[in-house]
Write a protein that binds this ligand. Sequence first.
Ligand SMILES: [Zn+2]
Length: 243
Amino acid sequence: MSATSILTLYERLYAHYGPQHWWPRRYGGNWEIVAGALLTQNCAWRNVERALANLYAAGVDSADAVLSTPLPALQELIRPAGFFRQKSAYLHSLAAFYLKHGEEYATACSAAELQRRRRELLALRGVGRETADSILLYAFTQPIFVIDAYTRRVSERHLGIADAVSRRYDDLQAQFMAALPKDTQLYNEYHALLVQFCKDSCLKKGCGALCATLAGGEGGVEAGETDSVNCCAAARHAAKNRC
Ligand SMILES: [Zn+2]
């Protein structure tokens, strides 16, 4: 089965689902996105929503407010998001960082400057590549593509990228960015579409009905027996690597 190209898959997903309106934000402001990107590590989004609801209900609705909330109180508020002791400390340092750099980071910049900002974010405790890139793309509208376990799964199963599940984050990101126009809104939509597609069809346990329709080969080839075997292998890899 021939692989679907990175751009073709985007076009099919977008045609099927339409705009996803990410980042899912309830309260407004970039800080909510930054906080959500950190809290969602190893945590289902519905639990992040509960943690954010606690924070905002308690008036802890800005980076300033987070910094002036003592860690024990912060831990109680974000408890639904899990790993609350670690995450409260990370949230504090991220809040300090945001207050210092938030305005600057939202400005347009060169590719080299974007990499510099990314390195600064990555130097913070608790901020890995997926979190840093989510913050840069969704909070600061910078043109950088987010890679996550879903991206890896779909890449390996449908895009012909054989080692996508184990490939270095930056290598897979470079491959996506080389195949796509440099377009912040497209990066925004594509990541959100991949999340939706994996929730609907390209499941951890294997491919569903929509996979052949949306992510089949260029000729719309149905997923065959061989593909199912590969999907199972990919699912096992993904299960191991997934947070
Ligand atoms: Zn699939």
